[in-house]
Design a protein around this ligand. Structure first.
Ligand code: NDP
Length: 308
């Protein structure tokens, strides 16, 4: 049994070395040096080149380096009969949740405003926000959204959740799929943690922003395609939204002439909300590979009937 590490852009050599170091008896091959395709039973994939996974007749599972799978769904030959296991771990949940919590706390405590006052050398207090009034609406209450919800509840924020199934979550006010507007209307901060699908593309658009309360805030850490950027800028410049943090874009890298770069009320980060060290990524993928090869029931498998 061999494992193929496959990516259209070269992965850090350190990562490959860590795989080999942590599983010395495992035959890791690195695309395009595939060798005999019959040997490959598992693929660790990040942006695999189109058509390459379909060439592996004995493939038992594809392990996606990312929690999202949009980096491979553009492949028309993707072997959909092979399970795709998404890489989510305690470390990846904590990384994403802490990034989102940092943005929530920055908004709640008006840290951008006080940074501006400091630049001006002004000692000025503005009325503090009451935590009970900073309701956080999380769109997508899956593995990552649920973790964020629990951590924000522990901090003391009221939390709204919107998910396809709308199944109950302790402490969270859940909205079912047809109640998106109600969820938005009662959320001072909206965090997008949805997968990018045909149903969710462009979900954060002019009508969504209009439904949000005045002076509310948007955080998008899911995928760039969720936000209609001109609508967001119009909602902020029109004085309705207070601002936004955007970590993901379409395309990436964000083009130099994008108005987002220099917008005073928009924080731009370079797809960093879920980033972890090579050592952490390697450790997570090795653990996942061990689970998948142990014969235990697979977790976080893509369900093609849902599209994520
Ligand atoms: P999950 O599949 O575990 O959760 C997805 C959630 O979205 C579920 O709650 C699901 O509902 C809900 N959902 C999906 N489609 C709809 C819809 N049409 N209407 C309402 N709710 C919907 O995904 P993860 O939590 O693991 O990851 C979420 C996303 O976060 C990823 O797809 C990726 O895009 C992004 N991400 C970004 C990273 C970054 O670095 N910026 C890093 C990691 C992830 P239900 O519970 O009913 O199934």
């Amino acid at each position: 049994m061999s494992v193929l590490v496959i990516s259209r852009s070269p992965l850090p050599e350190k990562l490959i070395a860590l795989f080999r170091q942590q599983l010395p008896d495992q035959d890791f091959r690195v695309w395009p040096d595939v060798g005999n395709v019959e040997d490959i039973h598992y693929a660790l994939a990040w942006q695999p080149p189109n058509g390459e996974l379909a060439k592996l007749p004995k493939l038992k599972a594809i392990l996606s380096f990312a929690a999202g799978i949009d980096h491979m769904t553009g492949d028309p030959a993707l072997p959909k009969h092979v399970p795709i296991v998404r890489a989510v771990s305690e470390a990846s949940k904590l990384t994403m949740s802490s990034f989102c919590a940092a943005q929530v706390l920055r908004f709640h405590h008006r840290l951008d405003l006080y940074a501006e006052f400091q630049r001006q050398g002004v000692w000025k207090q503005v009325p503090p926000r009451d935590m009970s009034e900073t309701t956080i609406g999380i769109l997508g209450l899956g593995v990552l959204g649920l973790d964020l919800a629990q951590r924000l509840l522990a901090l003391g924020f009221p939390v709204n959740g919107w998910a396809k199934s709308g199944k109950p979550v302790d402490g969270v006010k859940m909205f079912h799929v047809k109640q998106l507007v109600d969820c938005l209307a009662s959320s001072m901060v909206v965090v997008c943690l949805l997968p990018l699908t045909e149903e969710t593309r462009g979900i954060l658009n002019a009508s969504a922003f209009a439904a949000m309360p005045k002076d509310s805030y948007v955080i998008n850490v899911a995928r760039g395609g969720h936000v209609v950027v001109p609508d967001l800028i119009a909602a902020i410049d029109g004085g309705h939204l207070a601002g936004a943090t955007l970590d993901v874009f379409e395309p990436e890298p964000l083009p130099a002439d994008s108005p987002l770069w220099r917008h005073p009320k928009i924080t731009v980060t370079p797809h960093t909300s879920g980033r972890m060290s090579s050592a952490r990524v390697a450790g997570n993928m090795v653990e996942l590979l061990k689970q998948v090869t142990s014969g235990a029931p697979l977790q976080n498998v893509v369900d093609w009937s849902k599209g994520y």
